[in-house]
Ligand binder design. Sequence first.
Ligand SMILES: *[C@@H]1O[C@H](CO)[C@@H](O)[C@H](O)[C@H]1NC(C)=O
Ligand SMILES: *[C@@H]1O[C@H](CO)[C@@H](O)[C@H](O)[C@H]1NC(C)=O
Length: 447
Amino acid sequence: MKLSAAQLLLAGASFTAALPHLDSPRQRLLNGMDLPSKYGENSKPYTPGHRDAEDNYVDAVGKKLDPKPWRNGFGASVLGPYNRDRSRQSPDMIRPPSTDHGNIANMRWSFTDSHVRIEEGGWTRQTTIRELPTSVELAGVNMRLDKGVIRELHWHKEAEWAYVLDGEVRVTALDYEGGNFIDDLKKGDLWYFPSGVPHSLQGLGENGTEFLIIFDDGNFSEESTFILSDWLAHTPKSVIAENFHLAPELFDHLPAGEKYIFQGSVPGSIEDEAPKGKNVKKSNYQFTHKMLDQEPKKTSGGQVRITDSKNFPISKTVAAAHAVIEPGAIREMHWHPNADEWSFFISGRARVTIFASEGTARTFDYVAGDVGIVPRNMGHFVQNIGDEPVEMLEIFRADEFRDFSLFQWMGETPQRLVLDHLFADDKEAGEKFWEQVKDAKKDEITK
Ligand SMILES: *[C@@H]1O[C@H](CO)[C@@H](O)[C@H](O)[C@H]1NC(C)=O
Ligand SMILES: *[C@@H]1O[C@H](CO)[C@@H](O)[C@H](O)[C@H]1NC(C)=O
């Protein structure tokens, strides 16, 4: 007797058990059949009956699931307080993959948890070593300046790198040779001011600007910069008068303290505003760069733009990559040999596991506005776990961007050596693995 596929399906458990592909939960549902109990209510993630030997990710935000500490039959429910929004944003904290092990310091901070300093026409908040103790090499500031609003003329010991998140901004600076610099920037542009270089920022356009500033020291504080009005408020009037060769009364109405962020008048064009005194000269340095206008490197699962001292020469202490990871893609397993990674998530939802040697690993999830740290040399990946692209910046205290790809390493190592390490117990799988890696080239974001 010859049975059709449909007859086979109806023939019951003994037949379907021998034909596992016809017994998939999806196929059974399509055929209007009941699911066996192992696929019932309990097969949902975060329930006692759920099993997942492969530690697949779950997008708890997108699927509106409430992560609970159940894993492969172990765990228990939560009886105490439960913060649903935070749990959804960190599903791998509530139920870590079974591969996580050991003690690894916290590597995640949300700017939402940073104190906001509110000023006239703007605000600022920071993520430094004080908020996130692993943010040792770099500190970040997120600042908003409305139209015409000024971040006061100032300087500081740390070098300053910045990425414009939205809107338009005018920057001014003075270089080491007394040359002045003015430029207007838009979303995706950068600036870099080396240590001590005095500068200012001002919001332009209809809605001003918002940007992320990076300082090359995690201990930096935005509260402790050298500000023009603060200095003059703490200098005797007689000295100011002598310094500028003017009568002291002229300075009667100087600000009594720092202005920091304040509403200014709306500037004209750069041409109109450029200083024109007879000894004034334009800077020979380029303090700004259009990162998003760079032609991206197209990879199978997204795109990457790298900006460091090779294409933005003044940026000697900060290197960065802008990455877009499409849904279903992964920023491949890799590590950075020359600096800690300070990542900033602009959009999407991501899962990162940090491997810290000695059998230790810990997984973190990130959403827009989060900061992540990966100490130098620690192996990691960035998996897009949501339904929109993950857009992120990887930022380093380094002159050049450097990374090592696991995939590339495998393909550029003698076959025998790789197979002896990983596939001594499964020669057939080893052959398939080698076929996959032998022509390896870097595919930073891979589908
Ligand atoms: C400025 O903000 C308003 C209100 O959010 C918005 O409607 C408008 O499109 C924005 N303008 C620009 C140029 O982005
Ligand atoms: C960070 O700065 C504070 C205040 O200036 C100082 O007391 C502390 O020692 C610094 N910490 C490090 C690790 O440099």
